[in-house]
Ligand binder design. Structure first.
Ligand SMILES: Cc1cc2nc3c(=O)[nH]c(=O)nc-3n(C[C@H](O)[C@H](O)[C@H](O)COP(=O)(O)OP(=O)(O)OC[C@H]3O[C@@H](n4cnc5c(N)ncnc54)[C@H](O)[C@@H]3O)c2cc1C
Length: 406
């Protein structure tokens, strides 16, 4: 039996941060990481399109589904502290105008390298190609797969999203084996599927818009930013951000001109119609929207697309203004876990202390996406992974040091 003081299951973002923070508490601690893939941090390399958007300067607890819980974590390890942590590892970072933080080198490899090298320097034992499948707990220690034992166990297995990068959902089964409850799991930060007639013709086009998700006449989520039309629906940051709540019974409302009121849009249409009075309605939105989006909207509104601008009636102008401000498309679903960036749902949060230890299973800590915490797009999910991993790593080590009076 291989013995550790702190054993971390999962060498992803939160697991590596936890291992470093635990090992930094006292070099006598035996800290180990078991990772199911043949190397650690594979997902980190895929984040931010290979650039790793590792945090956001504006991150606050309100950017997550469970603000009260996240606030308790951020009070102890804030996203700002995480930047000091990365500086201590030698990583230079830079932020864009939206506050999204990236490694200065422009490559995610730098983030993974500094984590790996620090873990190595501190003597963390990393065992790859080891999938944790069973876990038991005696009075004093945990046993994983019948071959690893540890005083403290940390589950940092991630969620179910993007399983090819390691997080295959097996962490939920380990939680259940230790008697913990898992909430309903849903893909989040994922592309939304819609009725195809409008979107398909626009495949590949991007637009800035405000999009709102309507369920039964009530707006349940809203986002503003870039959307990307695909042949099956809508992608892009704004669409991903509201995907958490997107279900079959929803309607997506797209406001293509969020900076203008409907009245201002109507006035603008009249001016354009006057300017193009002898041209066909096709030219009504020239200079306003991408021509293909304009055509698709007008085709859906006017029965005779070739009608002269000067012959457009007031109710037709009003309908066009309405479509520009609120194009409705039925949601038919969303892509699955394999396409999603984050899993909504996870280990139920009331089961944990503010130090991320399970109340009914002392010595068990859980971090990152395996918890029922998910955030917005833009560096927020990694920010929580670092904060929760660092907090759990430090508290796990302190627990052992206190107990052993080291
Ligand atoms: C394509 C993509 C792009 C993303 N881009 C961003 C971004 O730019 N910014 C951002 O903030 N967030 C981004 N995210 C989300 C972010 O990567 C995750 O929220 C974050 O990595 C979660 O950290 P974690 O430690 O909880 O889990 P992970 O980083 O997923 O790590 C879990 C680790 O545990 C291992 N593991 C799982 N089960 C077992 C087991 N049973 N035994 C042993 N090992 C196991 C896995 O192989 C994996 O290495 C992105 C996600 C994806 C999929």
């Amino acid at each position: 039996m291989k013995q550790f003081d702190v054993l971390i299951v999962g060498g992803g973002a939160s697991g590596l941060a936890a291992a470093i923070e635990a090992a930094r508490q006292d070099k006598r601690l035996r800290v180990g990481v078991i990772e199911r893939l043949d190397r650690v941090g594979k997902k980190i390399l895929a984040t931010g399109n290979g650039r790793c958007n590792l945090s956001n300067l504006h991150a606050s607890a309100q950017d997550y589904n469970a603000p009260e819980f996240v606030e308790k974590v951020f009070q102890k390890k804030s996203p700002t502290d995480n930047m000091d942590f990365f500086r201590s590892l030698g990583l230079l970072t830079v932020a864009d105008s939206e506050g999204r933080v990236y490694p200065y080198s422009g490559t995610a490899t730098s983030v993974l390298d500094v984590l790996r090298f620090e873990a190595q320097r501190l003597g963390v034992e990393i065992v790859c190609s080891q999938r944790a499948e069973s876990v038991t707990k005696n009075k004093n220690y945990f046993t994983v797969n019948g071959v690893y034992s540890s005083t403290v166990l940390m589950l940092s297995c991630g969620g179910k999203s993007s399983p090819s990068q390691g997080s295959d959902g097996s962490g939920y089964e380990l939680l259940r084996q230790l008697g913990l409850t898992v909430t309903e799991l849903k893909p989040s930060l994922v592309q939304i599927k819609t009725q195809q007639d409008f979107v398909k013709s626009l495949k590949g086009l991007r637009s800035n818009a405000r999009i709102t998700l309507d369920r039964g006449g009530t707006d349940i989520a809203e986002s503003r930013g870039e959307i990307l039309f695909t042949d099956y629906g809508i992608s892009g940051i704004a669409a991903m951000e509201i995907s958490r709540d997107a279900e079959k019974d929803c309607v997506l409302k797209i406001d293509f001109l969020p900076d203008y009121s409907e009245k201002e849009v109507l006035d603008m249409l009249y001016l354009n119609a006057k300017r193009n009075r002898d041209s066909s309605a096709e030219y009504l939105l020239t200079g306003v929207l991408h021509s293909r989006i304009a055509q698709a909207l007008l085709k859906g509104t006017l029965s005779d697309f070739n009608i002269q601008c000067s012959r457009l009636k007031h109710d037709q102008m009003q309908n066009i203004a309405k479509e520009l401000k609120c194009k409705k498309i039925k949601v038919t679903g969303k892509n699955g876990f394999d396409q999603s960036q984050v899993t909504a749902g996870g280990a139920e949060l009331s089961q944990f202390t503010g130090m991320l230890e399970a109340k009914n299973c002392p010595g068990l800590f859980v971090t990152g996406e395996l918890l029922d915490v998910d955030g917005r797009c833009g560096g927020f999910n990694l920010a929580f992974a670092w904060s929760s991993g660092r907090l759990a790593g430090e508290s796990a080590a302190q627990k052992i040091l206190k107990r052993a009076k080291l």
